[in-house]
Write a protein that binds this ligand. Structure first.
Ligand code: GDP
Length: 430
């Protein structure tokens, strides 16, 4: 048996969906940890697009349990919509879903406060306005509503009242509209109804996963977003509200670190970032547009154009360290095809020193000067299925990136389809 964590190496959107989907073939159970419906995964299966937001992207393999860990924040309505859509496609029909009973619930008032705040700050952090941050705030403030509370109407009512008592004055102060009593009643009724529908899926997710591991099953953990968006270790405050580093898998699911066998980081052959925050290798103008169009770099959930730039190895090295990555999966190598040369940031210069990792202070990042290496480009990679079929320039680029990142590649992807993948090592190997 092996327990593998797959995690975004930088700022998310690295193509985790495809990699998790591939690795799911070898896994028995797939666990999503952290985050909410802000992470969209786009899967292409036999030419058909499928977007999942909460349910792990391993869902397209029938009869493999998918677990939503307790560290997640779940909007019950959004989860039910997703379940309906998946079931309409013939997936998730055998109740292969486990929803952690201690996951926190996103309620309409979380979205309202987030919307009001984003309007005031003109999207400084660039949240998806899905109430994820406020739900985590309530959790840490010890007044959060958990999935298990959806089955206890009195407790739910008390918690909602306590939350609104705190939030309403803030919403009013920020120029927002506080809910009417009738609206609040409706929210509670909707939450209880959603709880009834979700009940068959809800259980002790920690126990479920630990039992699978004890039974010798392959378990795959799927991170949301990316390592550098971690609440503790990312480019704070331009981060998400949960633990996105690999250790978050243990924390979210309630399993011990001793159970983890391998951590694989996903990185694109270039870099993207959504919303605000430092991005020193960012490209602008035509060069950024070309990369954005070639890579389809628009949010799967929001449709927002992503900021695009060159691969940042010092940032990748920071990600490798923070998540303890044993290896990497490189995606979207094909997107760089046709460029005369490909640049990579290999170091930063700051105050006369050369840094091998991205600095961690925002001011330092702003002052740091990226040092670029340039490599000859390559033509189309269409039809390439084996490492030896890659053009020599592409192989040289990948080898150099792997060497500078300090960990080996487990997989190289040259297109969105499952077949467009070169598997170099097996993450589940003993
Ligand atoms: P995720 O949340 O990490 O899965 O990232 P995205 O939602 O941004 O999904 C990545 C997108 O890239 C999806 O549309 C995938 O089908 C696509 N994709 C994944 N790997 C590759 C690849 O190697 N090449 C190309 N051209 N597209 C890819």
């Amino acid at each position: 048996m092996s327990v593998v964590i797959v995690v975004g190496a930088q700022w998310g959107d690295e193509g985790k969906g495809k990699v998790v989907d591939l690795y799911t073939e070898r896994a028995d159970t797939i666990v999503r940890y952290g985050g909410g419906a802000n992470a969209g995964h786009t899967l292409v299966i036999k030419g058909q697009k499928l977007i999942t937001r909460l349910v792990p992207s391993g869902v397209c393999h029938p009869n493999k349990p998918c677990v939503l860990g307790d560290g997640m924040v779940i909007d019950p309505r959004s989860l039910l919509e997703e379940i309906d859509q998946l079931q309409a496609r013939g997936l998730l029909l055998n109740n292969e879903l486990v929803v952690g009973q201690d996951a926190h619930v996103i309620l309409p008032y979380h979205k309202r406060i987030e919307g009001v705040r984003e309007d005031r700050t003109a999207g400084a952090i660039g949240t998806t306005r899905r109430g994820i941050g406020p739900a985590y705030e309530a959790k840490v403030g010890r007044r959060g509503v958990r999935i298990r509370d959806l089955f206890r109407p009195e407790r739910l009512r008390e918690l909602v009242a306590a939350n609104l008592e705190e939030l309403n004055p803030v919403v009013r102060h920020l120029g927002g509209e506080v809910p009417t009593d009738a609206e609040v009643e409706q929210w509670i009724a909707d939450a209880l109804a959603a709880g009834e529908r979700l009940k068959p899926f809800v259980r002790d997710a920690s126990r479920f996963v630990v039992d699978k591991i004890a039974a010798g099953k392959h378990v795959l953990f799927e991170g949301a977003q990316g390592t550098l968006l971690d609440i503790d270790h990312g480019t704070y405050p331009y981060v998400t509200s949960s633990s996105t580093i690999a250790a978050g898998a243990c924390q979210s699911t309630g399993i011990g670190p001793s159970k983890i066998d391998r951590v694989i980081g996903i990185t694109k052959a270039y870099a993207t970032r959504v919303g605000g925050g430092p991005f020193p290798t960012e490209l602008h103008g035509d060069a950024a547009d070309a990369l954005r169009q070639a890579g389809g770099e628009f949010g799967a959930v929001t449709g927002r154009p992503r900021r695009c730039g060159w691969l940042d190895l010092p940032a990748l090295r920071l990600g490798v360290r923070l998540s303890g990555m044993d290896g990497l999966a490189l995606t979207k190598l094909d997107v760089l095809a046709g460029l005369p040369e490909v640049a990579v940031c290999v170091a930063y210069k700051l105050d006369g020193h050369e840094l091998d990792e991205l600095p961690t202070d925002l001011d330092d990042i702003a002052r740091a000067e990226p040092v670029f290496a340039r490599y000859p480009g390559w033509a189309s990679l269409a039809g390439v299925r084996a490492w030896d079929d890659l053009p020599a320039t592409t192989r040289a680029y990948v080898e150099q990136v792997g060497k500078l990142a300090g960990v080996p590649f487990y997989l190289v992807s040259v297109g969105p389809d499952r077949e467009e993948t070169m598997v170099l090592r097996d993450p589940f190997a003993a």
